[in-house]
Design a protein around this ligand. Sequence first.
Ligand SMILES: [Zn+2]
Length: 498
Amino acid sequence: MPRRPPIASRPAGAVATGEPAGARLSAPLAARVLALACITAACAHRPRGAEPPRAWSYTVEDHGERWDVELCFADARPPALVAATAAAEVLIDPRDATTGAALDLTDGDAPRIDLAPMRGPCLTYGVDLTSAADGWPRRLPQLGDDRLVANELWLWHPPRIAEDAAITAEFRAREGERVSTPWTPLGDGRYALPEAAVRWGSYTAVGDLELHALEVAGGALEVVVLDGPRRLTSAGLRRWLEAAGEAAASLYGAFPRPHLQLLVVPVDGGDEPVIFGAVERGGASIFLLINGGAADDEFIGEWVAIHEILHTGMPFVARGDAWLAEGFVTYYTEVVRARTGLKTEEQAWQALFAGFRRGIHDVRGDATLSDASQAMGRLHAYSWVYWGGAAIALLSDVAIREASAGARSLDDGLRHLSRCCAQSSRRWTADEILAEIDAWRGDAGIAPLCREVLATSGFDELPALYRKLGVSVVDENLGVDDTAPLATLRRAIFAKVD
Ligand SMILES: [Zn+2]
């Protein structure tokens, strides 16, 4: 029998990119699922100094409770290695591979391995995955016979990293075990790590893994289903994630990443088929916590997987600007489901109305949407920020369509953003993203409109917009007026795509 992960026994850990799922869950369940949130502490340190090394490789040997790592530099060797604090707690015996000399670990502001005594290009060190288990669930969830290892535990790296550094990793799994990483396979057993791998969190999964390879709209999806109770069949899993991928790709014109790892963790309970989702930015990875009791049909067209895949088409957005990342994605989660036939246009409008209503109920006093976005985590103002941002997306989409007589839409701006900037290894502010979209469009742009709405609660302009579009909801029933000034534009937003 697979063991159930002891979610309830641990307090909430780090908070992930944030999800409206949290806003829709009961507080205890939200705390439980947030305990599985996986964005780990940043671990890059950038003191000034000599030129950073341009190429190095990790070879990881899995011995179950312990990993042995060999790290080799192809050119310059840095003076030291740094890592997340958690990595120092599980580090075993770092040595120069050439001389066998022990290397010192120092703990100042951040842990460092001093490489000055090294003579050769390689060092070796062990990683104690037994003691890392103390940090459960954030760093080392054990799910039945499968294990997720937070990559921050073993990714010791130079203090400075060139953006085009060639970093590779190779894994030697135990007999009968398989490995899944969030990085692009090079085809020879190695993976190419982006600079973001040492900056942001991600997981490597090891064990007798259930792996599914899906091809969706030009993207390769590696789905890992970890041990846990589940009714969802393999065929149902594929149908669910293929439909979600196609829906998200309908916005961007193609699947937003060439390679994406999807970690699916089944657990007992939950009111919805997917309980929680998060994007891991230390590679290309999505984490989905699913309700083990939900059947195949409940997953088709559910919103969390689509929402998270849509996030991977945008760059990592600054925490205080959640209104843009979450708002735009929340709007398009409803729009693309209608466009790809997973919902009707009527259901999409009802979802938007219901969401805006939840957002309006979440507004606090005279605060603005901008204030709420800056303090979203502290205020737990998730419904306000997500749906206030979604209102901005709807207003912007309508404004662009109106100004271009239907020739352009917000879709075009997000497609451009996906192509130019989604894989950027830094955080972007909302101002930078709006500037990128507006410069590309070359007109007055949407930034002034966004700023205007951000200075209010975020919902003041909706009643007038509803009248222009010709939509209303009375007692949960959608009313549509096809003589409204922008009725044609309204229909175009949800027009089906092939
Ligand atoms: Zn989100």
